[in-house]
Each structure stands twice: as structure tokens, then as C-alpha cells.
Design a protein around this ligand. Structure first.
Ligand code: ADP
Ligand code: MG
Length: 716
């Protein structure tokens, strides 16, 4: 998209900000102003009862939308959709038509409802060959249209000519609907007045900011998003002083503009802070309905990049831009809400609410336990391959942290199906002069990949650059299935004569027992946990091609098929896209690395080598060599060391070329992925080792790229 048309916001008062919230969104308020009573009623019928939006109504909405957007400076219209690239896509149409030489404003209901981008160049996983290029985008009325730059964007789904989902939004919407269908009957055990259950999501987004001038001197960052070589900076994150530290001026200015733009787009950004690694930051909006939250996260990632550039910085969303310091993730805070405003994962104040709480807790635990490998597959991305499992991010083993108090309650319930009580949050006093502090009923455990945090679950293994949908579709689906199974279990207990609450408790107990292996409150970084997890039958290694195979497992296929979320064909296509993109991503990384070595680093090293050779052969050094033994001369040592790493580098390059040759000659993408995993990754690490050793030897002025210390500490 083109640049955002807004002015910088220095000096904008907070009063103005509040008024600006959502001003670029066609939400309730503009709808009331631009639409007739009957149109509003039609929309309400669609929202409340799922009644279809008629063509006439669509025409009226289209007309209102166009007028509203043009009054705010929009010139173009697009369906804004989520192809399987993980990014969003758009194809702009002018909001004006020229008919018989006359310029007319135009946007009718048909155009609003459906568009046909020539879609042959999006990844489809074999669902569509290039000669069958037709694909349709269709309006998703559950996420409001917005103006981005000068373009009116209408959130849309994207399907092929024969109706297969080619995007993330279609299965996401299906999973939200499946969740509603499955959980409504369970909710009705507790509340009769609930008509809808929906997932909520709040995404914490981590990222790095570095000077743009330096970014442009690093082909690896530009082409792959991460540094492929680079010796560590003497100072990294050892001092633990960046996290929550004072935000640098330049970054504050960036944040201010980001927040204002986000607010205007209706993205409720709320928190901002420095993250653990130098140059690393985080921001998070207040949670929203899941579909809208994901649209907003996609938009936010774009906004982060654009805003950073306007401030002379580059925003890195990669999961591991720098070796040796923390990478970036995207914590997906997920919960379940009713249309009556109850958070189903919030512990209650009375026994009825607590019974409801333990019911949904048990359902989620059973879901995560049964589909742990699928959830792992959804976050198995090339970037996460470098991030997960290190001593920083959640490890590759999926387990759930509940915290001491909830764990104790769950363990009691597992033994005796009686409702345990949960203590109220207890205040404790620090000093008589200070107000009392309330203690939460869960502590934090930063090492857990899936954590219960008081009234929601937090899936932390999602990568910072990732689209949230794959993880959220699978979580929704798994929970929907567990909800159905819970109800069946409950019904079987009542059929055997158990009274209602007793039957619920028995069903909870069964789910807790079944899912016990997934619960772990200890230190997930501990080596002993790996062994323990393996004993429990949990998957422990991050082997991307193998993890993706879960897309083909009977449990996964049956899950998506029975809930009408993805057909087997659609599921297989997703697998194909993922595995193909893995091979492509590593191919790009390998060739970028080879290019950096051949065209920059090796020529620089040879220049230095020549200097050293000249020095060693010079009369002055000869004299020195006669005075001392020649082998103790540092010049000689440097030369030998440089020579050693240069030869090793050259040998590595030859090996890497041969490996890629082999990859290219193999027909099946699955076998390619195996070689990429087993050979490309390791040879890149070898090349990096020698390149970084050369960096340590070269005079700073000769090293052809900005170094880690500059990249990480220039903005402070
Ligand atoms: P932390 O994870 O550090 O406890 P917060 O309490 O600020 O941080 O929560 C992080 C994110 O979780 C925010 O986006 C917040 O809005 C979101 N969140 C809070 N409650 C819910 C909920 N019921 N459903 C989904 N997300 C939630
Ligand atoms: Mg968090």
C-alpha cells in the first residue's frame, strides 16, 4: 500500500486522541449516520440471526461506504484479504468510473460483496493450476471496513473457482462458528440466556528497531529478515537493563505516531515497553473478538514497518534477527466469551461460576493435550526454528502451565470429583504507608509455551512475524471438539443416573485425568524436563518437516473434517504451501549468505591477507623476525589464522553449492525439505562460524557490513 496520508502528531493532545479513535473505521457510529433504518435492521438481523445480506442492502451499504470514504479522502477501494503468504493482499480499484467520458463515483453491492483478483500467483498448495487462475474474494461483514492511506479496505475471504479456501480467514471464520456451535450447549448447562460464544484474542507483538541506514547495508536483513553472519557484540543482554527500561527518545516518537495511527484505525493499542534484548520492543492492544484482532495484528505489522521507516528506522519482525540474544514472539492471549459478557475462563465468585470455570479449563486442557502436535505444527516456521528451544523463548515441547493454586485445585478434583474452592485474591501489605497489593491466583512462568494467566490462556510459541490464524484456527478447532466430547461424556453420566452437577464434575475429572501429561509447572528450560516430557509421550524436538506431517495425521484430518473447517484437500494444500515455503526460505537464506561471502567478505579478507603477506615479507619485519622467532610474530599468526578460516570458508561454499545442486535435482518437495533440514541448516552454521572468526580478525574498517554492536546499540 502507499504511504499513510496523515500528518505527524507531535503535540496532539490526549483529548484529541480519544476523539480520533476509530475515525478511519466504518463502525457502528458512521453506519448509523450513513445508513437508513431498514438497512441497519437488515445488518442487525444478519448479526443476530445470521440472515443473509440481500443485494439491495449490499447496494445501500456500498453506496454509504463509498460516500463515507470519499469524504475522508479515499480514492480507491479494495478487498483486503489474507492469502497463504502470511501477508495481506489487495488490488485497488478506483472509486470513480469513467462512463462515456463522464466521471462517476461508483461502488455497488456486487463489487462490495465479491471481487475477482487474477489469482494465479498466490500460493495455493496445488489447489489451482496457473491456467485455472480464477479466485474470488468475498466481503467478510464481521470485520469492519477501514481506510488505509487513501484506500478503502474491505476485509474479505479468498476462495478458488470451485470454492476451496485459499486463505486464512475462511477457515478462521469456520473455526469460530464451529466453536460457537460446539460450546453453546455446554454453556447452557450454566447460563440459559447465552446465545453466542466467541473467542477473544489479545496479541503481544515483539519486534526490533534498528537504524535504517545500517539495515540497508545488510543484504541478509534486507532479503531474509535476519543476520546470517555477525560475531556477537561484547555487550548483549547480560546486564538485563533494557527490559522495561526507559524508552529512547527516537523510539518514543515512533511509538507516539504508531499509537495514533493505530487508534485512528480502531486498533486499541494499550501497552508499550522495552523487551529483553537490546533494540527489542513490544506493544499490545486490548483484546478483541478473534477475527478482528487478527485483522488488526496484520494491519499493525504493516503499520510498524511503515512508521519505523518514517522515523529513519527499520522494524524487524523476524523471530531471530540476531544470534546470541533473544528472538521475538507474539503471545496469543486467548479466551472464550459469551454474548452476555462472561469470560468463561475466569474463576468465579460462587460455586456455580467455579464449576463453569473448571469445565472450560478442563475442555481447553483436553484440547491442547489431544492436539499438541498440531499446535506445534502451526508454529513450525523457518524463523521459529532458530527461536524455540533456546534459553529464552518457550521450548519446542508443548506443555501447559496452570500455576500453583489452580494446579492444586485440579489435582484435588482429579482424585475426588468435588468442587474445589479457589481462594479470593489476597491483599498483602508491604509497608503501612503503602496501599495493599493484591496477589493473583497464578504466578508467572515465562518459560511455559502455553500458560494460564488468571482468566485467559497465553500461547507464546507463535512467531513474531507469523499470521496468528494457523495457531488460532487449530486451537479453536481443538477446543470445539473437546466441547462436543465433554457434552457426550456429561450426557453419558446423566444417562447413568448422575445428577447434573455430579455429572459435570465427573466429566471434568475424566478430562483432567486424560490430559494430565500436558500439565507442567516447572522450569521448561531444564534439561530434565526434556527427558520427563519424552517419558510422558510428548514430542520434544523441533524438526520442521516432521512437525508439519501432523497435518496428515488421522486426528488432524478428522478434527477439521467433522467440524467443517478444512476439507482434506484444503488441509493438504496448506501442508504443501508450508513445506514449499520452508524449502524456498532456506534457499533464499543460503544464497544470500553465499553472495555475502563471495562478493563482500572474502574479497575484504583477501585484501587483508595481501596486506599481511606484504608486511611479513617486508624488510622491517624480516629484521624483527631475525631478532625474534618468526612464528611468534602476530602478523604471521594473523595470516595463518586468516588463511585457515578462508580455506574452510571456501570449502564450505563448495559443499553448500553441491548440497543445493542436490536439492534442485530432487523432484519431491518433501525430500527437498529433509535435505534442507539435515544439510542446509548445518552448512550455514559452519559458514557462519568461519565468517564470524574472520570478522574478529579483520580490521574494523575492512569488515564490509555494519557489526552487531552498531546494529543493536546505535539507537539508545
Ligand atoms: P500479561 O500477559 O503480561 O499479563 P496483559 O494482562 O496486559 O499482560 O495481557 C496481555 C494481553 O492479553 C492484552 O492484549 C490483553 O488485552 C489480553 N487479554 C486480557 N484479557 C483477555 C481475554 N479475556 N481474552 C483475550 N485476551 C485477553
Ligand atoms: Mg503476556
Amino acid at each position: 500500500m502507499h504511504s499513510i496520508a496523515t500528518k505527524p502528531i507531535n503535540g496532539t493532545s490526549s483529548r484529541l486522541r480519544v476523539e480520533l479513535f476509530g475515525e478511519l473505521v466504518f463502525s457502528r457510529e458512521p453506519m448509523r449516520r450513513y445508513l437508513s433504518e431498514s438497512a441497519l435492521e437488515g445488518i442487525e438481523r444478519w448479526e443476530k440471526r445470521g440472515e443473509r445480506i440481500s443485494r439491495e442492502l449490499a447496494d445501500e451499504i456500498a453506496n454509504a461506504l463509498r460516500q463515507w470514504a470519499q469524504e475522508r479522502g479515499a480514492t480507491h477501494f479494495t478487498h483486503w484479504f489474507h492469502p497463504l503468504t502470511g501477508l495481506t493482499a489487495e488490488k485497488h480499484e478506483h472509486l470513480y468510473d469513467v462512463i462515456h467520458g463522464k466521471v462517476l463515483s461508483a461502488l455497488n453491492g456486487d463489487e462490495l460483496i465479491q471481487q475477482e483478483p487474477d489469482a494465479s500467483s498466490f500460493p495455493s498448495g496445488g489447489l489451482r493450476s496457473t491456467f485455472e487462475a480464477r479466485g474470488y474474494t468475498a466481503w467478510d461483514p464481521s470485520s469492519p471496513p477501514f481506510i488505509y492511506g487513501k484506500t478503502l479496505c474491505v476485509p474479505s475471504v479468498y476462495v478458488s473457482y470451485d470454492g476451496h479456501a485459499l486463505d486464512y480467514k475462511t477457515p478462521l471464520l469456520r473455526s469460530i462458528e464451529a466453536l460457537n456451535r460446539a460450546l453453546l450447549d455446554v454453556v447452557k448447562l450454566f447460563y440459559r440466556d447465552v446465545h453466542r460464544v466467541y473467542p477473544t484474542l489479545g496479541v503481544e507483538q515483539e519486534f526490533f528497531l534498528i537504524p535504517q541506514s545500517l539495515f540497508k547495508k545488510r543484504p541478509d536483513l534486507m532479503l531474509t529478515g535476519r543476520t546470517l553472519i555477525g560475531a556477537p557484540s561484547p555487550r548483549g543482554q547480560q546486564m538485563e537493563d533494557h527490559y522495561f527500561g526507559s524508552i529512547p527518545e527516537a523510539v518514543l516518537a515512533f511509538y507516539e505516531e504508531l499509537e495514533l495511527e493505530a487508534w485512528r484505525l480502531g486498533i486499541p493499542l494499550k501497552t508499550r515497553h522495552n523487551e529483553v534484548a537490546p533494540a527489542q520492543y513490544e506493544c499490545a492492544p486490548v483484546f478483541e473478538e478473534l477475527n478482528v484482532a487478527i485483522d488488526h495484528n496484520q494491519l499493525l505489522m504493516d503499520l510498524l514497518k511503515r512508521t519505523a521507516r518514517r522515523h529513519g528506522m527499520e522494524c524487524l519482525l523476524h523471530e531471530k534477527p540476531f544470534a546470541g540474544i533473544n528472538g521475538s514472539g507474539k503471545h496469543n492471549n486467548w479466551s472464550l466469551s459469551t454474548d452476555t459478557g462472561i469470560n468463561l475462563l475466569s474463576p468465579g465468585k460462587n460455586p456455580k461460576e467455579n464449576l463453569r470455570f473448571f469445565t472450560f479449563l478442563a475442555i481447553v486442557l483436553r484440547a491442547v493435550y489431544k492436539h499438541a502436535d498440531l499446535l506445534r505444527a502451526t508454529i513450525a516456521t523457518p524463523g521459529n526454528e532458530h527461536r524455540l528451544g533456546g534459553n529464552e523463548a518457550p521450548p519446542a515441547i508443548l506443555s501447559v502451565f496452570l500455576g500453583g493454586e489452580v494446579t492444586a485445585a485440579v489435582e484435588a478434583l482429579e482424585k475426588v470429583p468435588e468442587l474445589p474452592s479457589l481462594a479470593e485474591r489476597q491483599p498483602f501489605s508491604l509497608l503501612p504507608t503503602l496501599p495493599p497489593v493484591l496477589r493473583d491466583n497464578t504466578d508467572r512462568n515465562r518459560t511455559a509455551p502455553f500458560a494460564f494467566t488468571g482468566n485467559k490462556f497465553e500461547f507464546r510459541a507463535v512467531g513474531a512475524s507469523a499470521h496468528c490464524a494457523p495457531a488460532m484456527i487449530s486451537l479453536n478447532a481443538a477446543v470445539a471438539e473437546a466441547g462436543q466430547d465433554f457434552l457426550h461424556l456429561y450426557q453419558s453420566y446423566t444417562a447413568q443416573g448422575s445428577p447434573k452437577n455430579a455429572a459435570i464434575l465427573l466429566a471434568i475429572r475424566d478430562f483432567l485425568r486424560e490430559s494430565r501429561p500436558i500439565r507442567f509447572d516447572g522450569n521448561n528450560y531444564d534439561a530434565a524436563w526434556h527427558e520427563e516430557a519424552a517419558r510422558r509421550g510428548l514430542s520434544t524436538t523441533f524438526h520442521l518437516p516432521h512437525m508439519l506431517k501432523t497435518y496428515h495425521s488421522p486426528a488432524t484430518k478428522s478434527l477439521f473434517r467433522k467440524l467443517d473447517i478444512l476439507s482434506e484437500t484444503e488441509l493438504h494444500a496448506r501442508y504443501e504451501v508450508r513445506i514449499e515455503r520452508y524449502v524456498k526460505a532456506l534457499g533464499i537464506e543460503l544464497h544470500t549468505l553465499l553472495d555475502m561471502l563471495r562478493s563482500y567478505l572474502i574479497p575484504a579478507a583477501i585484501r587483508y591477507q595481501q596486506e599481511l603477506v606484504n608486511l611479513v615479507g617486508s624488510p622491517a619485519l624480516q629484521t624483527l623476525a631475525q631478532a625474534y622467532a618468526p612464528e611468534v610474530l602476530p602478523q604471521q599468526k594473523l595470516l595463518e589464522s586468516l588463511q585457515h578460516h578462508l580455506s574452510a570458508l571456501w570449502e564450505g561454499i563448495t559443499t553448500a553449492e553441491a548440497i543445493w545442486q542436490k536439492v534442485r535435482q530432487i523432484g519431491s518437495v518433501e525430500e527437498q525439505a529433509e535435505i534442507v533440514h539435515d544439510e542446509v541448516g548445518p552448512i550455514m552454521r559452519t559458514l557462519r562460524y568461519h565468517a564470524d572468526e574472520i570478522e574478529k580478525i579483520l580490521p574494523a574498517a575492512l569488515y564490509p557490513f555494519p557489526r552487531y554492536a552498531e546494529l543493536l546499540f546505535e539507537i539508545a
